[in-house]
Ligand binder design. Structure first.
Ligand code: ADE
Length: 236
C-alpha cells in the first residue's frame, strides 16, 4: 500500500480534494494512506515558529532546516520501505506524467509543502528532497501542488480506476493529447437554434476506422496546441 506523508504548515488544507471521487474512494478502501504532519509541532521555540529571516537579506521568511529534519524524523521508516522525498516549489523540475508513474511505484511518498519564501537549501540537499514544480506559475504554497501530485499518482495505482485500459488512451500516454470525445444528443440543437452533429465516423460501428480517426485527431490536436510534445518524442 502506498503511504503518503505530507509535511505542511497548513494541515487543515488536507485531505482537501483527496477525499473525493476515485482517489477518495481508494483512500477509504485502504488502497493508499494519508498522514499529515504539522510542521508547527516541530517548531524551534515556545511559539512553535518554523521560519526565520534569510541570510543575506531579501523579502519574506524561510522554513528552517532543523524544523524540517525533526518533522521528517518523526516518520517511521523500516529498512525495506522504498521512499521518495519531494519538495514542492515553483523552482523545481516541472512534473510530467512519467514522473507520476515513477512516484506511484514507491512504498512511501514524503511531500514537503513550501510556504513563505521557501525552505533553507540545506534541508533540501542534505535530507535529499527532489525539487518538483507543478507548472510555470507561482502559487501561495505547496499544499495545492501536493494534492495535484498525489491525485495524479493515486489514480495510477492498480484497482483505482475502473477501466484501466483508459490509462493507455489518455493525454500524454504516448506523448500525444487525447482525441476529442462526444456523447448524446447525436444532434445538439443549441440556444441559437443551430444544429451540431457528432462526427459521422463515430456512429459507423467500424472499429478500425474509429481508431484511425482518433489517432489522426490526437496528432492534429497535439501539432496545433502542444507541438513541443511531438518534438520531444523525436528526441527521446
Ligand atoms: N508552490 C508555489 N508554486 C508552486 C508550483 N508551481 N509548483 C509546486 N509548488 C509550488
Amino acid at each position: 500500500m502506498l503511504s503518503v506523508k505530507i509535511l505542511t504548515a497548513y494541515p487543515d488544507m488536507f485531505p482537501g480534494a483527496l477525499k473525493y471521487s476515485i482517489v477518495g474512494n481508494a483512500l477509504k478502501e485502504k488502497k493508499w494512506s494519508l498522514d499529515i504532519i504539522n510542521l508547527h509541532d516541530y517548531g524551534y521555540d515556545q511559539r512553535k515558529s518554523i521560519d526565520d529571516e534569510p541570510f543575506g537579506g531579501g523579502p519574506g521568511m524561510l522554513i528552517r532546516p532543523d524544523v524540517v529534519e525533526k518533522a521528517l524524523l518523526s516518520i517511521d521508516c523500516q529498512n525495506h520501505v522504498t521512499r521518495k522525498l519531494i519538495y514542492l516549489t515553483p523552482a523545481g523540475k516541472v512534473l510530467k506524467q512519467s514522473n507520476l508513474a515513477e512516484f506511484s511505484q514507491f512504498n512511501q511518498l514524503i511531500i514537503l509543502c513550501g510556504r513563505f519564501e521557501g525552505v533553507d537549501q540545506r534541508a533540501i540537499e542534505i535530507l535529499k528532497f527532489a525539487e518538483i514544480s507543478i507548472g510555470d506559475y507561482v502559487l501561495a504554497g505547496g499544499e495545492i501542488a501536493a494534492q495535484v501530485l498525489v491525485e495524479g499518482c493515486i489514480r495510477l495505482l492498480p484497482g483505482v480506476i475502473g477501466q484501466p485500459e483508459s490509462l493507455f488512451e489518455e493525454s500524454f500516454s504516448n506523448n500525444l493529447l487525447e482525441y476529442p470525445q462526444y456523447t448524446r444528443p447525436q444532434v445538439w440543437n443549441d440556444a441559437q437554434n443551430e444544429d451540431h452533429e457528432v462526427p459521422k465516423v463515430l456512429l459507423s460501428g467500424h472499429h478500425e476506422k474509429i481508431k484511425q480517426w482518433r489517432t489522426n485527431k490526437s496528432i492534429e490536436k497535439t501539432k496545433l496546441i502542444r507541438p513541443d510534445l511531438l518534438v520531444k518524442e523525436k528526441k527521446e
